[in-house]
Design a protein around this ligand. Structure first.
Ligand code: ADP
Length: 548
């Protein structure tokens, strides 16, 4: 027997309709590429989104068509999110920090029909020109006055100006109704191994993820909050903020291209930001800026940090010096992206401040709607004891079932029970808190035992002279591999190899302590701001450990 409730489909357009109807006065503020801050309300945004949707229909964009974006966090990018999905086409966000060949590969693989591009990225699409085989038009996300010289690209692909394109369109549209499992957006993994793979989200998965990620024990957002997503809108839909914020009527501040500590501090104080989200490298920069400038963040209560392991130095730094809680979360492109968030359980209020900070090193508990387990090499589930580590498996409402147009995995990517292997190695403790030990491909295999690089990096990062740290495995004649610690020192700070190695005493089992330390000027970061271990391994391919 079926229930007798209304069968309204979970569609992204319904978020916008609700937001404009019930929070029409709420603000969206953007730091623009052209210069200056742009501000408007949810109600204004809805009108422009409808104009853009009408323009897309006029251009011939249909249900299921892919529309690419190469853009930073700003109001026009936000409008594209809602206009494309609203008419049933697919918002395909592309990471502009990828190499041009990778961008061309992704655009062609996705068969994007149109590309929307931010003004300062225009040279990228101009250079790619004829390599973009399926693109019928490029839209420069600016007004007429700021349009670049488009003569070169126009010879192969029509180029439009965003504001001209939407100017004469009606400010209303009747959003079409369709199945909630219809695709809504597309995001490619950064492809550190092999070609990038497309993860195709649906309206249903996006809505359920947005609900789950702003509950009280997630990254809560309310109508009195102001959120600044530092995490880019091309990196897994800015972790769902453009959807979850509108569900709750939260003010949004889009930072544009200025993500340095000084600019973030100014925007956070000027706009009274209460919470912000991003990867650890951003927060290290902000923390350093606050310490050097003596400035404070007047209204910020909480940072959600994920995408890479959040070091204790960040958690303690913001907690002790600035009274800001750092909430650690974990996820991946294949998970829309959030799977776990570290919120306390009853009884944990009795922990000392230091215990609480240390506990934040764990990546957190499963949100409702997401299931996880850790398994050994034979596929057996490991106990929740906080010690047994194995492959982390995922399943749930917003977990990938297959990659988009995937020829590399003819047998699919799930096991017989629909579990997806995340490629991460983790433990789960008695209370259900998961902790990532490493990525499977980064784990150091020493004499039949596994050493996780994250713990070793965390210890190094808690040394006052260390700005950045990475640990990789170096081949060793006796042990297979041994850890090498690679360090960038803080400006003006001095520390020796011996100091750093003895700093591990008592903090980690002796056999896990790195065999050597290499000091470098910089550590290579990937397109989403994470340490590129593949690059480091290439850089240190011929490195001889003193113990070898
Ligand atoms: P990529 O970095 O390949 O583009 P994602 O952005 O989807 O892919 O990153 C997912 C991966 O990032 C996870 O599988 C995990 O290895 C890592 N990751 C994400 N959050 C955390 C975290 N809080 N701690 C440690 N690792 C994390």
């Amino acid at each position: 027997m079926l229930g007798l409730m209304q069968k309204k489909q979970l569609l992204i357009s319904s978020i916008l309709t609700h937001a404009a109807a019930h929070h029409g006065e709420q603000e969206i503020v953007s730091n623009t590429i052209e210069g200056g801050m742009h501000r408007y309300t949810y109600a204004d945004a809805e009108k422009r989104i409808m104009q853009l949707a009408n323009a897309l229909v006029r251009l011939g964009v249909k249900l299921g068509d892919r529309v690419g974006t190469l853009a930073w966090n700003g109001y026009r990018h936000f409008e594209i999110y809602y206009a494309t999905s609203g008419i049933g086409s697919i918002c395909h966000t592309i990471n502009p920090r990828l190499f041009p060949e990778q961008v061309a590969y992704i655009v062609n693989h996705a068969a994007d029909q149109y590309i929307f591009i931010d003004l300062n990225l225009y040279p990228l699409v101009e250079a790619l020109g004829a390599h973009l085989k399926t693109v019928k038009g490029v839209v420069v996300m600016t007004d007429k006055a700021h349009m670049p010289d488009t003569a070169k690209l126009s010879a192969t692909i029509p180029v439009h100006c965003y504001e001209t394109l939407i100017a004469d369109e009606p400010e209303t549209i009747a959003w079409p109704d369709f199945d909630e499992n219809t695709a809504s957006s597309l995001c490619y993994t950064s492809g550190t191994t092999g070609n990038p793979k497309g993860v195709l989200y649906s309206h249903r998965s996006t809505l359920l993820h947005a609900y789950a990620t702003h509950m009280t024990d997630s990254s809560p957002l309310g109508a009195a909050d102001c959120v600044l997503p530092v995490v880019p809108m091309f990196h897994v839909n800015a972790w769902g903020v453009p959807y979850s914020a509108l569900m709750s009527g939260t003010k949004i501040v889009f930072p544009g291209i200025q993500m340095d500590g000084g600019s973030l501090t100014k925007m956070m104080n000027d706009e009274k930001v209460t919470c912000s989200l991003g990867v650890p490298t951003i927060w290290l920069g902000l923390l350093q800026h606050l310490r050097e400038s003596g400035q404070r963040l007047e209204t910020v209560k909480r940072f959600l940090i994920g995408g890479a392991a959040c070091p204790l130095a960040i958690i303690e730094g913001f907690g002790k010096e600035y009274d800001i809680s750092v909430v650690h979360g974990w996820g991946m492109t294949e998970l829309s992206p959030v799977g776990t968030i570290n919120a306390p359980k009853a009884g944990m209020e009795k922990m000392s401040a230091d215990e609480k900070y240390r506990h934040q090193l764990k990546q957190g508990r499963a949100l409702f709607g997401y299931e996880m387990k850790v398994i050994d090499d034979d596929g057996n589930a490991l106990p929740h004891d906080g010690k047994s580590f194995g492959r982390l498996m995922s399943r749930g409402y917003w977990v990938v079932s297959e990659y988009f147009n995937d020829d590399e995995n003819p047998d699919g990517i799930l096991d017989d029970d629909n579990w997806f292997d995340t490629g991460d190695v983790a433990t789960i403790d008695e209370r259900g808190y998961m902790q990532i030990t490493d990525r499977t491909k980064d784990v150091i295999k020493s004499g039949g035992e596994w050493i996780g690089s994250i713990d070793l990096e965390n210890v190094a990062l808690s040394h006052p002279a260390v700005a950045q740290a990475a640990v990789i495995g170096i081949p060793h004649p006796k042990w297979d591999e041994r850890p090498l610690l690679i360090v960038v020192k803080k400006p003006g700070a001095e520390v020796t190899r011996e100091d750093l190695l003895s700093f591990y005493d008592g903090k980690i089992a002796k056999w896990m302590v790195p065999d050597d330390v290499a000091f470098v000027d910089e550590i290579p970061l990937g397109a989403t701001g994470k340490i590129l271990k593949t690059k480091l391994r290439e850089q240190f391919a011929d490195y001889k450990l003193p113990t070898a």
